[in-house]
Write a protein of this length. Sequence first.
Lengths: 117, 116
Amino acid sequence: AQKVTQAQTEISVVEKEDVTLDCVYETRDTTYYLFWYKQPPSGELVFLIRRNSFDEQNEISGRYSWNFQKSTSSFNFTITASQVVDSAVYFCALSPPIYNQGGKLIFGQGTELSVKP
Amino acid sequence: GAVVSQHPSRVICKSGTSVKIECRSLDFQATTMFWYRQFPKKSLMLMATSNEGSKATYEQGVEKDKFLINHASLTLSTLTVTSAHPEDSSFYICSARQQASTDTQYFGPGTRLTVL
């Protein structure tokens, strides 16, 4: 069975703090993809990153960074120097390849991040 | 690039009426579109997978006769909620997968449906 767990339901930080959102996944597939999406109060899901299972390199994009560790089945997301505009619900998701179940996304429960000024 | 639109953004209807929601990929062709439902403070629940030119594949527990999905072109999929009831009130979100990019889904802005 495939599953994504985001244990942190809500996180509250003060602006400029660093914050890490945890994501742990379960899958028996050797090939799979991991994603992070941001859902601001407006409701639209914004794509942040896609990572395939063969690429364990960490990635940095501005204030965002991602740590993918297959050994612990984790794909954590860190925001450095958080800003009020980072306040949103963040979803981690897993998908098998297209030839397996059509590549359906399995979402975690989401982490609601609140950044206070 | 990879912009997905939904129309309408909000709709209020009376119980028993049908509502159609459109999902369009604006700058790419989408062979596959997905329809999700999201309850307040909850994650996204996949309702169905829609492939252009073929019947949609519904997830277990989703009534196909109630949630009609049509994917007539590579840029348009529609979800029709038939004989809507108050329990159908929810946030409906579509996503589209690019033809050339096999695994990334891009999401529309969502449609807030309220059934009175």
